[in-house]
Design a protein around this ligand. Structure first.
Ligand code: F6R
Length: 622
């Protein structure tokens, strides 16, 4: 979830670029950098950590007088800046962007992932190019160098043609002091048109203070940016016909931070395709292999692992429950799941052959940290699954599996949940593969399915949102919702019910549907909406019988079903379909309508979904 900002115009741009990066901080990052071109010479400064560190590094370069970033005379009026969230290569100054070519005449910043980086790097090294970082991004600077024959746009276009993956990048060249060239394939890129100055960025907030006139760059396009405006061509070099319309952004700054959505929560619901893609893509770069080499676990420990214990709170606990199904199904390792605030006050039996996984998006939840520490004290190996680099969980754990959802502003966890779920799928497959616990054809098939999940998330949100809003309208005054599911649908129900109570303040209960007849069935009558997760699974017929029992008591059934399955719609009052996938992966899609249902019920009741009462984003008190 990196950020790009570029400027070309008449003003000194160092501070403008850093101010632009500040507006992109919400996406999350672990390092940052800036390159400025002045007097035919490019100076770059990079720093690990937050923008305060970059500012300090820029300041130091000032004092030394050799960084030139601040002292360049005349001050630079063209530059590129970037916030990086590490994917390929560790979090180091060398790996922070911008990246240069062999002669330091080209600098590039890139968001996303270049999938064929290994092959390209080998070719470029054979041709004599020297690399100074471990990143996939640096390849782009060398490709531009390879193709450069005085025409920067052409060189960028040719380099763009060599790449596979999903990315957007921007480049500058010391021979072209008034030009930036950028290209987009599946990662956002926007031009901001000012008066005698032009911006390029990965998101509008980066320049919204300066201009509201924008050009949206589409996939497969290359844009050449000068102080006078921008020229867009397609990947074959043809000018756009007709040219792209200039759009006027009407949001105020607060709305801009919300990407034009009315709330952070809705924005974050819509960011889930990205959050999951960022979490899985480079770890599934081949077709048949999960790469979690980042985990600090010796093969012998993994092979002899006796048991996994997952500890977490709230939504993270629900992601752990889904992870339990995936790990047990694929890797055949017994998994125990525990609520962190319970685990830490028991006398848990745990030891050196156990892996204890603490799932915590913030990495700071006091109970989860305490449970992890207790396990560690008893000799277990401890892994953190977290979204926040440098958080306490990352410091306490023996090894870390990062989700890459970007910063989540809404108190209710949405995109961090689907990213955690995706991370648990990766872990389940990796363990299966590392222990030869499951046939390779099956692993390959699930990997192919998992790669398709980000686009299925996008399709699901788009296709159900209007219907969910209508369903929410018809149920907004209900005093109680019951959620029923079985097997891997049960954690989805628990999560849906938590979201509903947390942001709409309507009481909910979530039950294993098989338990209904042991008491909760007494709750059912015409006034009770019952949300049933009835996506495809080996026990779908069982949940269908439960739905029939519920209907027989007059309750309204809202079912979540898999596309292509008409049996559910026959027994439910309202059915929301999600795309078909392997049944273990179905929860990551099934939860989306439930997030939206809770959201719309709360909004229709006029509630502040981003900041529900009595709740804080991170629970750090014991
Ligand atoms: C619910 C929610 C909480 C958190 C819980 C754990 O929407 O956000 O239930 O999931 O407080 O937080 P982390 O994952 O930061 O440990």
């Amino acid at each position: 979830m990196c950020g790009i900002v570029g400027y070309v115009g008449g003003r000194p741009c160092r501070d403008l670029l850093i101010a632009g990066l500040e507006k992109l901080e919400y996406r999350g990052y672990d390092s940052a950098g800036i390159s400025l071109l002045s007097d035919g010479h490019i100076d770059s400064v990079r720093a690990v950590g937050n923008l305060a560190n970059l500012r300090a590094a820029v300041g130091l370069a000032d004092e030394d007088g050799d960084g030139g970033v601040a002292v360049a005379a005349p001050p630079a009026t063209i530059g590129l800046a970037h916030t990086r969230w590490a994917t390929h290569g560790r979090v180091t100054e060398e790996n922070a962007h911008p990246h240069g070519d062999c002669q330091d005449r080209i600098q590039i910043v890139l968001n996303g992932i270049v999938e064929n980086h290994a092959e390209l790097r080998r070719q470029l090294e054979d041709e004599g190019h020297r690399f100074s970082s471990e990143t996939d991004a640096e390849i782009v600077a060398h490709l531009i160098e390879r193709h450069y024959e005085q025409d920067l746009t052409e060189a960028v276009r040719a380099a763009f043609g060599d790449l596979r993956g999903h990315y957007a990048f921007a480049a500058m060249h010391s021979d072209h002091p008034g030009t930036l060239v950028a290209a987009r394939h599946e990662c956002p890129l926007i031009v901001g048109l000012g008066d005698g100055e032009t911006f390029i960025a990965s998101a509008i907030p980066a320049f919204l203070r300066e201009t509201r006139r924008v050009l949206l760059i589409e996939n497969g396009e290359i844009v050449t940016v000068t102080a006078d405006g921008a020229v867009i061509i397609d990947a074959s070099g043809n000018a756009l016909d007709p040219p792209r319309d200039i759009e006027e952004v009407t949001w105020d700054e607060e709305a801009a931070e919300k990407g034009g959505f009315p709330t952070f929560m809705l924005k974050e619901i819509h960011e889930q395709p990205d959050a999951v893609a960022e979490t899985i893509t480079d770890r599934l770069s081949g077709i048949d292999h999960v790469d979690l080499s980042e985990l600090d676990l010796e093969p012998e420990f993994v092979r002899n692992l006796r048991r996994i214990v997952i500890v977490a709170c709230g939504t993270s606990y629900h992601a752990g429950l889904i992870g339990r199904y995936a790990i047990e199904q694929w890797a055949r390792i017994p998994v125990e799941m525990d609520i962190a605030s319970e685990y830490r006050y028991r006398e848990p039996v745990v030891g050196p052959d156990d892996l204890v996984i603490g799932i915590t998006q913030s990495g700071e939840t006091a109970d989860t940290l305490a449970a992890m520490r207790l396990a560690s004290e008893r000799g277990a190996r401890v892994m953190a699954v977290t979204n926040v680099m440098g958080s306490q969980a990352t410091r306490d754990a023996d090894t870390v599996l990062y989700t890459r959802a970007g910063l989540e502003m809404g108190v209710a966890a949405t995109k961090t949940f689907t990213a955690q779920t995706a991370a648990m799928y990766l872990l389940g497959l990796w363990l299966a593969q590392s222990r030869d616990a499951w046939p390779q054809e099956q692993i390959t098939a699930i990997i192919a399915e998992l790669k398709g999940i980000p686009s299925k998330i996008a399709t699901t949100i788009e296709s159900v949102e209007e219907r969910v809003r209508a369903i929410a309208r018809s149920h907004q005054d209900r005093r109680f919702f019951l959620y029923l599911g079985r097997n891997i649908g049960l954690p989805v129900c628990l999560e849906g019910a938590l979201k509903m109570k947390e942001i709409s303040y309507i009481p909910t209960d979530a039950y294993a549907a098989g338990e209904m007849k042991h008491g909760p069935i007494a709750l059912l009558d015409e006034s009770t909406p019952v949300v049933c997760v009835a996506t495809n699974s080996p026990i779908l017929d069982k949940i269908l019988s439960n739905v029939a029992e519920v209907r027989a008591r007059g309750a309204d059934v809202i079912a979540i079903a898999t596309e292509g399955n008409d049996d559910v719609a026959e027994v439910a009052d309202q059915t929301l379909h999600v795309p078909a996938t392997d049944w273990v992966l179905q929860p990551i899609l099934a939860v989306l309508p439930l997030q939206l249902l809770a959201y719309h019920v709360a909004r229709l009741n006029g509630l502040n979904v981003d900041q529900p009462r009595n709740l804080a984003k991170t629970v750090t008190v014991e």
